[in-house]
Design a protein around this ligand. Structure first.
Ligand SMILES: *Cc1c(COP(=O)(O)O)cnc(C)c1O
Length: 222
């Protein structure tokens, strides 16, 4: 099956309240345009260099979420052009990144919607804030004027069996509800971004309303 059929099937399958973000790392502008034709409105990009290349062709025909690691690409992320390009940063996981994005966005008069990435599997090599540190981080950065926290994101450990991912999605949803309940000013728990090609069904069952899908749309990465 091609990209178009894959997108159509997914859009039919997932509930209407769930937003489908196409994870577009390594994909060409042609592939992205095909996904747009089939109904994709938002793309997730991990690598800023790659994102800029496809953005040159596609531009504002789609929305762009940064889903990569901010720490290793900080210099590029904080450029004016990059911050103007992205409509959301899904992977904020530290005070340092938050304060710098806020500062740079102030200079370009933008309020950047962000998600807080949770390291729900507590994996040392993975990015994301640890579950027990999440609320503290959210409180610390909630007063910043040029970022706006609108939800949480998690990857969770990679498993062959999607059921194994469930506890990590549950954990993230718990934090999501807790933050909602304590009602921090300027913080909105609107989006819960979790689930990929092999786990989106489980993620949706556990409350995800944003899923990030790559392989199941575009095929295996080369
Ligand atoms: C690649 C990627 C995805 C999608 O992964 P697939 O298994 O190809 O669906 C989702 N989220 C992030 C952060 C990714 O890097």
């Amino acid at each position: 099956m091609g990209i178009k059929d894959n997108v159509k099937h997914l859009l039919k399958e997932i509930p209407a309240n769930v937003i489908l973000v196409a994870a577009a790392k390594t994909r060409t502008p042609e592939e992205i345009l095909e996904a747009i034709d089939a109904g994709i409105e938002i793309f997730g990009e991990n690598y800023i260099g790659e994102a800029k290349k496809v953005y040159t062709v596609i531009g504002k025909k789609a929305k762009w979420h940064f889903i990569g690691t901010p720490k290793t690409q900080k210099h590029d992320l904080l450029r004016r052009k990059t911050l103007e390009m992205f409509d959301m940063i899904e992977t904020v996981d530290s005070f340092e990144i938050a304060i710098e994005v806020d500062k740079r966005c102030a200079q370009i008069n933008k309020v950047m919607p962000i998600l807080i990435e949770i390291n729900s599997g507590r994996e040392p090599q993975k990015s994301g804030v640890l579950p027990e540190k999440a609320i503290e981080l959210i409180k610390e950065i909630s007063g910043f004027q040029n970022i706006k926290i609108v939800g949480l994101m998690t990857m969770g450990p990679r498993f062959g069996n999607s059921e194994d991912a469930r506890p990590y999605f549950k954990k993230t949803k718990e934090i999501f509800e807790k933050v909602k309940k304590i009602a921090i000013s300027n913080v909105e728990m609107k989006y819960l971004s979790m689930g990929m090609s092999n786990s989106y069904r489980v993620a949706i069952e556990e409350g995800a309303n944003v899923v990030r899908i790559g392989t199941k749309i575009f095929g295996l990465r080369k």
